[in-house]
Design a protein around this ligand. Sequence first.
Ligand code: IPM
Ligand code: MG
Length: 360
Amino acid sequence: MDFNIAVIPGDGIGPEIIREARKVLDAVGAKYGHSFSYTEVLMGGVSIDATGVPLTDEALQTAKNSDSVLLGAVGGDVGKTSWYDLAPNLRPEAGLLAIRKGLNLFANIRPAILFNELKSACPLREDIIGDGFDFVVMRELTGGLYFGDRCTREVDGLRTATDTLVYNENEIARIARKAFEIARKRRKKVCSVDKANVLDSSRLWRQVTKEVAEEYPDVELTDMLVDNCAMQIVKDPRQFDVILTENMFGDILSDEASMVTGSIGMLASASLGESKLGLYEPSHGSAPDIAGQNKANPIATILSAAMMLRYSFELDKEADIVEAAVKEVLKKGYRTIDIMSPDKSLVGCDRMGDLIADEI
Ligand code: IPM
Ligand code: MG
């Protein structure tokens, strides 16, 4: 089959990790008779430098016309590049928010998996890790505080800033359905996370989630307050299967979840909407401090490409093969610097990509 992928290398280590993911996709294509064609799209700081804005209408249109989007990372050192002297809606990150909204990608899936080979990198105690954990954070991505009205003005002589957190029942129901669907393919547990003891938006979230749960009697639904959830992720991560939560809580909890695995360089993510078109990106950022040094870990991006094969192209077998290739290369002892440990073989970004592509 032929697939047309919009690729957004972006900033920092973005171009390096995207190059390796393409290598792996091409290896999959050659072996299984698919053809992947790539259209490069500018977003983030590189787009600002070239066009003055972080995402042009044409770039968004190219992404819309593709079968799927593969993204490296956007942004740079806050305070060190002139990108951050610009108005907030013209900075690199605004491109990311615009493409999420523009493609209506309301469901963000961020897996937190403890890879067996990397157990020593996990910062949690051994009795907490047990035989490992594997959960996903399902984060609402196009609503809430990120997209509510905001302003800064003077009220009674004081500078006053307002951000608004809005959700309607449809926005809650559609993300809840995605969470239940994903849970069905896993261990059939959804933990909905909110702040219903304080926020109206959370009380509605809780109510609508319960209503949607009635459509999925085979999946267990529990609720948890977000502060408790932050604690439970480090206290007993094995209790979770699918964590369902709103945009801002999901932003924070997904960083925490990735950190407890000890290997943020390994974690993929997918942003999905109602159609097959998705946006796939590593969970980590653009790491400007190591950009261009061939030190980045391309595995999160390669695993994001595997998620693309699975969720957008329905190529489950090919996705399995990519994930198995990553595990095999780790088993053989190859490591990039971020996951290096004594007695392993240190490799750069491009070599890691070669090894995984060869394994396919
Ligand atoms: C993320 C990032 C973004 C977000 C930033 C860069 C706007 O932190 O993808 O989690 O907050 O969504
Ligand atoms: Mg974040």
